[in-house]
Write a protein that binds this ligand. Structure first.
Ligand code: ZN
Length: 197
């Protein structure tokens, strides 16, 4: 099922996700719905907060992105990125493993808005997979950027918080407009709910 994506201004995006101790049938269903939602919206990463759930869960798929390369290592051996896709990260922990580089980012919770963000070029990742089993890998390039962007979401951090000042200035008006529009629509939803009761 395609879920509705929450936009900037929705307080759920600022909530730190709870750790998932067990992969229940409900979590499995959520993972499947998140993949469907991400693909439907042509995204390459989606965090649980973006579909209204404050959980330590994100899904990622960087297949078919040829203009921005990624690399991936398991047990010190480089492996094909596509062989590990799509990725489910539950309770991810990341450790920076290289100097920071600047790269362009977008986010499904900020439609049509893009900016430059400085992030470590590669990271070591430790997480649970969709079976609830622990796994580790190291990645760099686009995949490392997406993993960091999504892990930020799980902690209530948004890419605008890390955006370079000049990028943020360029989109500030649009950001303010989106924030206000989201607040207004949440208020309207709440009112409609009250009316029904
Ligand atoms: Zn995002």
């Amino acid at each position: 099922m395609v879920l509705s994506v929450r936009y900037y201004g929705d307080p759920i995006l600022r909530k730190k996700g709870e750790r998932i101790e067990e992969v229940t049938p409900e979590i499995r269903q959520l993972i499947s719905d998140m993949f469907e939602t991400m693909h439907e919206n042509h995204g390459i990463g989606l965090a649980a907060q973006q579909v209204g759930k404050a959980l330590q869960l994100t899904v990622i798929d960087v297949r078919n992105i040829s203009d921005r390369p990624s690399s991936l290592w398991v047990d010190g051996q480089e492996v094909e990125v596509d062989s590990m896709m799509p990725l489910v990260l539950i309770n991810p922990e990341i450790t920076p493993d290289a100097e920071s580089v600047q790269g362009a980012e977008g986010c499904l919770s900020f439609p049509e808005l893009y900016g430059y963000v400085q992030r470590p070029e590669s990271v070591a990742v430790s997480a649970l997979n969709r079976e609830g089993e622990g796994y580790d890998f190291k990645c760099s390039g686009l995949l490392a950027r997406v993993v960091q962007h999504e892990t930020d979401h799980l902690n209530g951090i948004l890419f605008v918080d890390r955006m370079t000042p000049s990028s943020k200035k360029d989109i500030q008006e649009d950001l303010d407009r989106l924030y206000a529009a989201t607040k207004a629509s949440l208020k309207k939803e709440k009112r409609e709910k009250v009316n029904v009761v």
